[in-house]
Design a protein around this ligand. Structure first.
Ligand code: BGC
Length: 276
């Protein structure tokens, strides 16, 4: 997704400091910032899996940039990790700056998140990569999960507090698509069909699946995907609702489940540091 950036080591860098930077190793670090929790873990970027137990801290309320940055620093410190860090935000992110804030504090809009996290983590700006949460999950699913070997137009949808989307064409990400905000029947789709709405309104699986069907039908008429990957926490219970969907497109559950965002964030920043 990003061009490979050769990383120059200081002449004095030893093999162990090289490893600490996450270079020449298969380890990376990802943090996934969600509406209710901030999760981080070491990641085996070659296996596409968490390397050990992840740490989850409730998202501070209000979820201001400073408060979230403090939690991210706390998580990274707990792992004693000194290499590059990938961070997801539930926002449109361009060039490290958050542009929207549908389900987080509005203070994120216009915040240079990459600079903020770099400062808090004591790293250079290049050692921190910030991307949209659904895009990160999609990268992980395409590389290691339900999207492996799938070409054409693949859409990952994350059903959680909101609805996130990641669109891939022949495996290449089209970032910041925000298809969760399609207007369907006069409503912002995520306010009708996110997993949080199921909980808030105490909907049955059938009732909620009918809303998801309506949403996916609107989406598939606009971009005609070859495959939809259903992600987000609710994908753990895919057997309860995927069979209830009545849509044209093949829909499969995400396989990395809750870890996809962390894994995708770690992959994204790790690849920036591949030494050519
Ligand atoms: C945001 C997206 C985000 C999604 C999932 C939406 O409300 O606009 O940027 O990916 O929620 O968190």
């Amino acid at each position: 997704m990003r061009s490979r950036m050769p990383y120059r080591l200081a002449n004095s860098a030893t093999e162990s400091s090289r490893k600490d930077l996450g270079m020449g190793t298969t380890r990376g670090f990802g943090v996934d910032v969600g509406g209710s929790g901030i999760k981080g873990c070491l990641v085996d970027v070659q296996a596409g899996a968490l390397d050990g137990e992840r740490l989850r801290i409730p998202t501070p309320q209000p979820s201001t940039p400073d408060a979230v940055a403090d939690v991210i620093a706390e998580i990274v410190d707990k792992f004693d990790w000194h290499g590059p860090v990938g961070v997801t935000l539930p926002c449109v992110v361009t060039g490290g700056t958050a542009r929207t804030a549908a389900n987080v504090d509005k203070g994120w809009i216009g915040t240079d998140a990459a600079a903020l996290f770099a400062e808090r983590l004591g790293r250079s700006r290049d050692e921190v990569l910030v991307l949209n949460d659904a895009d990160a999950a999609g990268l992980a699913e395409m590389r290691y999960g339900a999207g492996v070997g799938r070409s054409g137009t693949v859409v990952l949808l994350t059903f959680g507090t909101g609805i996130g989307s990641a669109v891939f064409l022949d495996g290449k990400l089209v970032p910041n698509t925000e298809l969760g905000h399609l207007e369907v029947d006069g409503h912002d789709a995520e306010t009708r069909a996110a997993a949080s709405v199921k909980d808030e309104l105490d909907l049955s699986w059938e009732e909620w699946a009918a809303r998801v069907t309506r949403y996916i039908r609107a989406l598939e008429d606009l971009i005609w995907p070859d495959l939809i990957i259903a992600g987000g926490g609710v994908s753990k219970k895919a057997h309860k609702w995927l069979p209830l969907l009545d849509v044209r497109t093949e829909v499969v559950p995400a396989t990395l489940k809750n870890d996809a965002g962390i894994v995708g964030a770690a992959i994204a920043v790790h690849e920036r540091f591949v030494v050519d």
